[in-house]
Ligand binder design. Structure first.
Ligand code: ATP
Length: 233
């Protein structure tokens, strides 16, 4: 579904990602893990067209998307939930969700809302509430729900657990697992390596802009280097 080969991205003189390659196949949940500043978010932003690589290639659904504008990628089925959520604070929960369906025919809005509310009953209870007054965990749910409204082939999640209490982190990961089981292909960026590896079919470890290791979630959970660096020994 997604094939990334040898991409390089710079912020001015900073070489943020270096010859990064990875792939996500249909039906997988793939995790990118690594420390702060390893280049994980930069990688997602490059896939979703917000940043550009001058080298290598990016293919999504067998098409070259290296030069495709970000908004076109949404209608082709690529959804990106950025770090820090960014819901429309003045709009209600339901209005936020409806905005997520802007690339879809009107007839799909009602069934889309039903599907999102089935995964996130909390959002249904709060559908008339203004999004800016939701808790951090609820805003994360809303950002994920809004992305689902575009009926994506690939859902990219950037640090969904960031800033959440442990109980909410469990809930968010449980929902990510359910979305995957319901047929959504997922690319997940996380600093919470334990949680990410425990649900990932495969994962890649990034260090200072490079992919240094890859394997199944299970293999990396038991890898000594990964345990020492990311799982507290
Ligand atoms: P985090 O989890 O902390 O977001 P990350 O692995 O996602 O980490 P990136 O955000 O991709 O890392 O950052 C990779 C490198 O690029 C870092 O050294 C970071 O300081 C740098 N960087 C990121 N965004 C910018 C920017 N807008 N301008 C300059 N440097 C940047």
């Amino acid at each position: 579904m997604l094939n990334v080969e040898d991409i390089n991205v710079y912020y001015g003189a900073i070489h943020a990602i270096k010859d990064v390659s990875f792939r996500v196949s249909d039906g997988e949940i793939v995790a990118l893990i690594g420390a702060n500043g390893a280049g994980k978010s930069t990688t997602l932003k490059t896939v979703s067209g917000l940043l550009r690589s001058n080298t290598g290639s990016i293919e999504f659904m067998s098409e070259d998307i290296m030069r495709t504008p970000a908004d076109k990628l949404v209608s082709r089925g690529l959804a990106h939930v950025p770090e820090g959520r960014r819901v429309f604070a003045q709009m209600t929960v339901e209005e936020n969700l409806e905005m997520g369906a802007y690339t879809r025919p009107n007839a799909e809005i009602a069934p889309g809302l039903e599907r999102v509310y089935a995964h996130f009953p909390r959002l249904k209870e709060r559908r008339r509430q203004v999004a800016g007054t939701l808790s951090g965990g609820e805003q994360q749910m809303l950002a994920m729900g809004r992305a689902l409204m575009s009926s994506p082939h690939l859902l990219m999640l950037d640090e969904p657990s960031m800033g959440l209490a442990p109980i909410l982190i469990e809930q968010i990961f449980q929902i990510v697992k359910e979305l995957h089981e319901a047929g959504t292909t997922i690319l997940l960026v996380e600093q919470n390596a334990q949680m990410a590896l425990s649900i990932a079919t495969r994962a890649y470890v990034m260090e200072t802009g490079k992919v240094t290791l890859s394997g199944t979630g299970e293999e990396l959970l038991h890898n000594d280097d990964v345990r020492r660096a990311y799982l507290g020994g």
